[in-house]
Structures are given as structure tokens and as C-alpha cells.
Design a binder for this molecule. Structure first.
Ligand SMILES: *Cc1c(COP(=O)(O)O)cnc(C)c1O
Length: 357
């Protein structure tokens, strides 16, 4: 089966093999070396000097940690779809004061709206979804960051789960305090590890918050990494760490970051051109994702049947997410996917739907 769904993605065979590396102690010198190597490489991928934290959980783990550990007055959650909504639910279920600012599917979060909301003085934490995997909207996190810089008390949190490693996100340039991703999307690894970068400002804020929990306490994670030789309070998923270290070397030294970004862009352009010819891209122009395209079902096709029929051929695409099911469908073009594979998929869809080439 070839996966064209927005996570999990297909993992290269040599990377998968690294998951089977013999175990080491999670308290020895070797684990320190491994973790340090991963951190240095991730700092390059994130374009940051901030501290890198790993968590044995999926991306949602560190998303919940961010909003729980770092909100004091209130969280302003900007949602452009299902994953933005989830950040709102996480805040609520942890008793964190929160307001969710939601827009219609396909519409981005705009800096001027963030400015208006922050000008009320009610909030000291903001969450933004960089790449909303349900609607295929990519938000202008840099321009939003420029607005947030005017509010020095605000902690800026960004969900880059479906974009980090596929799209350039300059974490320091954007002023992102907590940038969260996970392994099973653009980084091209199996699911099971969550990654974030965290600024000193976010750590200082977290220290003032009571009831941060324990497993997802960002202060505890940070302190172990900083003061205990890059180790973790509990046993991390060492198999993921072996594979991550190896995959990061491949990304940085074999493909090269710039080439990887370029490839993702080319894949996105190809899928968009196809979508614009036969259907319509849901996301507003100028805000369309470079890693997943959500296509509006303007022809009223039976999406379920298309998905099943492609699956029978060994190609898995995504139906719409949540409320957008059957009204949209999604083609992911992330991690190791190539132009030839995308062309092959699109040709098959054309045949199945009776489109002329
Ligand atoms: C997949 C995804 C998540 C959830 O990540 P998990 O690793 O499954 O917890 C969150 N946000 C976005 C934008 C995603 O695409």
C-alpha cells in the first residue's frame, strides 16, 4: 500500500530498520550522545537556538502540555479547522481559561485578527495551527509572529505537526515560543514521538503555573534535558530515537533541507494544478498547504467509492476530515513522496473518474 494520507506516512526501509537497533540504557552515556545528536539536528530543521524536547506520545501530547503548562491569564486559540479546535478542547479539559476564535473552512488566521484579539489584554498565550490538515490551509505564522512581538507577555505556540520537515518554518525568526511536531508526517518516521522547541520565556512562564501535571510537565522535561545530560524523567521510546537520529542525517546531509522543501513545493503545485482543473482547492489562494491538498468535491462524486477503489489498487488517499467528510477529499504529498508517485496516483484517479488526460 502507498500512503497518500496526511500521516502516518510511508517510512523508508532503512529508517524502519533503525527501529530494531538493540536497546541501550536510558541513563547511560550512549543515550546522552544520541539525544544530543538529535537535538542539534532538530535545531537545524526548526531553525532555532531554543531547547528541543521529545516526548513519548503523539504530537497531541506536547500540544496539550503547551497550553496547560504555559497559560496564566487566558489562552487565545485560533482555529481554522479540526486540529485548531482540538487545542481549544485540550485547554478546556485541563481547566485552562480559553476562547476559541474560529473561521469558516478554507479561511486562514490573519495577523490583523490576532492583533485585535490580543489588544483586549485578556490573553497571555496564543495557539496557531501552521498547517491545518483538515482544510489544507497554511497560516502566515511569520506575519502573526510579527504581531505577537508587540505583546511581550504572550507565549506563541504553533502546531507544525503536518509541516515541520517539509516546509521551512524559521522558529526563531517567527518568534515561536513553543513549536510542536510529531514523527509520522513530514519527518517520515513511524508515529509515537512528539517533538517541540521551547523558549526560555515559555519555561519561565511554566514555572509560575500550578498543576502542570507530571508526565507532560514542560519544566520537568526541560530540567532533565538541561541539567541531567540530555536525559528524560521516564523511559523514552529509544527505537524512535535511533530512527529519528538516522532520518535527520538523511534529511540534512543526503537530501538536504532546501531540496526537501523544494520537492514538497513541487508536489503541492502538481496536485493543485490537477485539483484546479477538475475540482477546486478548498483553501483560499495564497494560503494553500504545501504538504496536503484538501479538494472540494465540486462534482458531487462518491468520495467513499473513489477511496475504496484506489485502495484496492494499493493507493490510499484521505476522505475529508470530520464535518468535511464526502464534501472534500485529501491528497497528502509529504515525507518521501516523489513527483512520479503523485503523477501515477493522479493518472489513476483520472481513469477512475473518466477524466480525459
Ligand atoms: C496529525 C495532526 C495532529 C495530531 O497529531 P498526533 O501526532 O496524531 O497527535 C495535530 N495537528 C495537526 C495539524 C495534525 O496534522
Amino acid at each position: 500500500m502507498k500512503l497518500f494520507i496526511p500521516g502516518p506516512v510511508d517510512v523508508a526501509e532503512d529508517v524502519l530498520q533503525k527501529m530494531a537497533t538493540p536497546m541501550i540504557s536510558h541513563r547511560g552515556k550512549d543515550v546522552t550522545k544520541l539525544q544530543k545528536s538529535i537535538s542539534e539536528k532538530l535545531q537545524k530543521v526548526f531553525f532555532t537556538q531554543n531547547t528541543i524536547l521529545l516526548s513519548t506520545s503523539s504530537g497531541s501530547g506536547l500540544m496539550e502540555a503547551a497550553v496547560r503548562c504555559c497559560t496564566s491569564k487566558g489562552a487565545a486559540v485560533f482555529s481554522v479547522g479540526a486540529f485548531g479546535d482540538r487545542w481549544g478542547k485540550m485547554a478546556k479539559s485541563n481547566g485552562v481559561p480559553v476562547d476559541v476564535f474560529k473561521v469558516e473552512p478554507g479561511i486562514p488566521t490573519l495577523p490583523e485578527n490576532v492583533d485585535k484579539v490580543l489588544a483586549t489584554g485578556k490573553y497571555d498565550l496564543v495557539t496557531v495551527t501552521h498547517n491545518e490538515t483538515s482544510t489544507g490551509v497554511m497560516n502566515p505564522v511569520r506575519e502573526i509572529g510579527d504581531v505577537i512581538k508587540k505583546y511581550p507577555d504572550v507565549i506563541y505556540c504553533v502546531d507544525t505537526v503536518s509541516s515541520m520537515g517539509g516546509i521551512k518554518i524559521g522558529v526563531d525568526e517567527c518568534g515561536i515560543d513553543i513549536c510542536v511536531t510529531s514523527t509520522q508526517k513530514c519527518l517520515g518516521l513511524p508515529p509515537g514521538l512528539s517533538i517541540c522547541s521551547i523558549s526560555e520565556k515559555a519555561v519561565e512562564r511554566a514555572k509560575t503555573i500550578k498543576n502542570r501535571g507530571l508526565y507532560f510537565d514542560l519544566v520537568e522535561l526541560y530540567t532533565f534535558v538541561k541539567e541531567k545530560d540530555f536525559q528524560y524523567p521516564s523511559t523514552p521510546s529509544l527505537p524512535h530515537m535511533f530512527a529519528l537520529d538516522y532520518q535527520l542525517t538523511k534529511i540534512l546531509e543526503i537530501e538536504g533541507l532546501e531540496n526537501r522543501f523544494k520537492r514538497h513545493e513541487q508536489l503541492a503545485i502538481r496536485v493543485r494544478e490537477w485539483a484546479d482543473t477538475y475540482f477546486k482547492v478548498l483553501a483560499k489562494e495564497g494560503y494553500q498547504s504545501l504538504t496536503v491538498t484538501t479538494i472540494e468535491n465540486t462534482r458531487g462524486i462518491d468520495v467513499g467509492t473513489l477511496v475504496k477503489s484506489l485502495e484496492a489498487d494499493g493507493f490510499l488517499i484521505g476522505n475529508g476530515y470530520g464535518d468535511l467528510k464526502d464534501k472534500t477529499f485529501r491528497i497528502a504529498h509529504m515525507a518521501e513522496r516523489t513527483i512520479d508517485e503523485i503523477d501515477d496516483l493522479l493518472t489513476r484517479i483520472n481513469k477512475k473518474l473518466g477524466f480525459k488526460l
